[in-house]
Design a protein around this ligand. Structure first.
Ligand SMILES: [Zn+2]
Length: 64
């Protein structure tokens, strides 16, 4: 499977995804720019993000 960094992914797909919109892997060889950069594993959905935020809030608020 081809691996692309965020910049190359956006160029190829004509998207403007930010780092928080995707799940990035450890630095790996990007097949677009041939540099070692974090590559996209998959999209991060907004549902997952909101769930994660709720969990963080619950954890930080502690036991009341
Ligand atoms: Zn690249």
């Amino acid at each position: 499977m081809a691996e692309f960094c965020l910049d190359c992914w956006n160029k190829m797909n004509h998207t403007r995804l930010a780092e928080e919109d995707v799940i990035l892997s450890e630095p790996d060889l990007c097949e677009g720019c041939a540099e070692i950069r974090p590559t996209i594993v998959r999209y991060s959905t907004r549902r997952e993000k909101s769930k994660a935020r709720r969990r963080e809030k619950r954890q930080s608020s502690g036991s009341s």
